[in-house]
Write a protein that binds this ligand. Structure first.
Ligand code: HEC
Length: 266
């Protein structure tokens, strides 16, 4: 049903004004749909200034705290919230983190936002997840700043949904492969699947038919993950560059280590 809704939304994205897109909020048993105007009229709506890594400057938004927005949902302690956008972007965010520190920013015709930087033709609206804390290395991934949002859905953790991603018990806890899996789920899976696991389809599956470690020189792959345009560059290119703050060199090495580990397991 949600897939169908997303397909319809994606089909309409080019024609329906952005403000008309609804937001669906669902747990395992119920689902509600809201317009931007409805959410802005909620008594929990307020203004918030954030250091915005997408617009790359401080921005002030009308927001509702996720704690308020998700208050009526049934959410287990280890649950995640899948944040799906209209453009095949879909990231799994720990529900506890989202409720503690996340906000939904809401755009309307009366409060338009600027176009996305880098030649974007639309704003980040009408629904955009913003955070009180900036995306600095730690638990808030750059991809948790999810814009063009269409749905927030309570689900099991990625580890439960996609056991094929897991790192075996034989790998010592201190091995960067574990960190690599963690970062892959939080950052890369917003756009990429891995051997079919995941929901994002903006970019290619990174295991099928081939894993990038099978055809990239290691140094070139690390360069691509830091800034794809430093390896190849074309107008329709969509994969973003990652700053040192959002993805450290150690994180990039860890992701490559996990990809290599998985390539060796087939
Ligand atoms: C916002 C979406 C997005 C995110 C996040 C993202 N990618 Fe990508 N990636 C893409 C897209 C789209 C492409 C296809 C080329 C393009 O349009 O940039 C791509 C291409 C690639 C390629 C090149 C594949 C090839 O054969 O040319 C690799 C490797 C890759 N991504 C790995 C990653 C890894 C690892 C991460 C996490 C650190 C990541 N990507 C994060 C969207 C994304």
């Amino acid at each position: 049903m949600i897939r169908l809704l997303l397909l319809v939304l994606a089909a309409c994205a080019a024609t329906v004004p952005v403000q008309a897109q609804p937001l669906e909020i669902a747990d395992r048993t119920s689902s509600k749909t809201f317009t931007a105007a409805q959410l802005l009229a909620d008594k929990a709506a307020r203004s918030l200034e954030v250091a915005d890594p997408v617009y790359k400057r401080p921005m002030t938004y009308r927001v509702i705290a996720m704690a308020d927005l998700l208050r009526d949902l049934k959410v287990g302690r280890d649950d995640y919230v899948q944040a799906r956008a209209v453009d095949n972007f879909s990231v799994a965010i720990p529900a506890a983190l989202l409720r503690a520190d996340g906000f939904l920013a809401i755009e309307t015709a009366a409060t338009p936002w600027p176009k996305l930087p880098g030649g974007g033709t639309t704003s980040a609206g009408p629904f955009y997840i913003v955070w009180r804390r900036p995306a600095v290395g730690g638990d808030i991934s750059s991809e948790y700043w999810a814009y063009h949002l269409a749905a927030l859905t309570v689900t099991d953790s990625p580890a439960q949904r996609w056991p094929g991603l897991a790192v075996g018990a034989e790998v010592p806890a201190a091995d960067p492969v574990h960190r690599g899996l963690d970062r892959f789920v939080a950052v890369c899976m917003a756009c990429h699947r891995f051997a079919g696991a995941g929901e994002g389809t903006q970019g290619p599956d990174l295991a099928r038919p081939m894993n990038p470690v099978d055809y990239f020189q290691p140094a070139a792959l690390r360069k691509l993950l830091r800034d794809p345009r430093s390896v190849r560059d074309w107008p329709e290119q969509r994969m973003p560059a990652f700053s040192e703050e959002s993805l450290s060199d150690a994180d990039i090495n860890a992701i490559v280590a996990w990809l290599t580990y998985k390539a060796g397991k087939r």
